[in-house]
Design a protein around this ligand. Structure first.
Ligand code: UDP
Length: 314
């Protein structure tokens, strides 16, 4: 089997490439190294089944020769700070980029899995979020470059499916964490861990009572592969339903790192959802998938990774 992973040098993408190689697949990793990093995939380049192509999927993918059986689209910035800095690039990666990958999939007769997001639900009025919920998204807000382009990506692939019978798969990824998240990524887990390790103030935005549900990366990869191998079209939520407030999250990280950090309260970013928790009954029923790694075990592995990075950068 030959899989193409767009965004394969990113946090989730690099773990996916690794897993597919372990499953004895050939992997073509396509990445423009915008938010991804060659360091994430350097160890894979020794494998004869791994090929890296530096390319931005916003441009047509003419350079992909030969057979491709499966395409995973993970090529988008996903950190709110990051995508708000590059809103046009982000909007295009999920729209034009999805279109380019769909054209490639059709020409290769390949399956295409699109990674949409829990942000498709916006500031949710239903809790937990089921796939049947249409969401509550600000179409012109500062997050819209991301959430509306993900929603468009879903709509575009449904159009391809309805018009051409294309083999598509849509998943909605909820907050995911683990080794290879960027230290300066701006998201809550890397921020809290690096602040705690350096005994610097832990920055809680707003009153810290907003919730997220965090999925360890290995569980996420398992879900992505199961979805690709299933007959399902989706959308399917993939995430860990265990929900934490940001204060609880900070306290757990502080305890696991034995940190002396204090908490400081900063302004809540605009359009920051107050709660988020996936209903994963569909993934459980149709993919026989559910997360296995509990938050503290996943955090311990992530903290070990960040210890190395913090030492390197100091
Ligand atoms: N957050 C925080 N402190 C930080 C970074 C983030 O309290 O240093 C909060 C943020 O306001 C949000 C939650 O943590 O409510 C998750 O933010 P993140 O940027 O990780 O991603 P999101 O889930 O919003 O896409």
């Amino acid at each position: 089997m030959i899989s193409l992973v767009a965004g394969g040098a990113g946090f989730i993408g690099s773990h996916l490439c690794e897993r597919l190689l372990k499953d004895k697949e050939e992997v073509i990793c396509v990445d423009n190294l915008g938010s991804g990093s060659f360091d994430n995939i350097r160890h894979l380049t020794k494998d004869k089944n791994f090929k890296f192509i530096e390319h931005n999927i916003i441009e047509p993918l003419r350079l992909i020769e030969g057979r491709v059986d499966k395409i995973y689209h993970l090529a988008s910035r996903a950190s709110p700070i990051d995508y708000q800095k590059y809103p046009v690039e982000t909007a295009l990666a999920n729209s034009v980029g999805t279109h380019n990958l769909a054209k490639l999939a059709i020409s290769k007769n390949a399956k295409l899995l699109f990674t949409s997001t829990s942000e498709a639900y916006g500031e949710p009025r239903e809790h937990p979020q089921k796939e049947s919920y249409w969401g509550n998204v600000n179409p012109v807000g500062i997050r819209s470059c991301y959430d509306e382009s993900k929603r468009f990506g879903e709509a575009l692939l449904m159009a391809y499916y309805r018009e051409y019978g294309m083999n598509i798969k849509i998943v909605r990824i909820f907050n995911t964490y683990g080794p290879r998240m960027r230290i300066d990524d701006g998201r809550v887990i890397p921020n809290f861990i690096t602040q705690a390790l350096e005994n610097k103030p832990i920055t809680i935005y707003g009153n810290g009572k907003q919730t997220r549900s965090f999925c360890y990366v290995d569980d996420m990869i398992d879900g992505l592969v199961k979805m690709m191998e299933s007959k399902e079209i989706g959308p399917k939520n993939l995430g860990n339903p265990k929900e934490y407030t940001m204060i609880e999250t900070a306290n757990i990280i502080k305890r696991l790192t034995k940190s002396k950090s204090e908490f400081i309260y900063n302004e809540l970013p605009k359009d920051d959802p107050t709660k988020r928790q996936p209903d994963i009954s569909k993934a459980m029923e149709f993919l026989s998938w559910e997360p296995k790694v509990n938050f503290e075990d996943g955090l311990k592995k992530t903290i070990e990774y960040f210890k190395g990075r913090v030492n390197e950068s100091s």
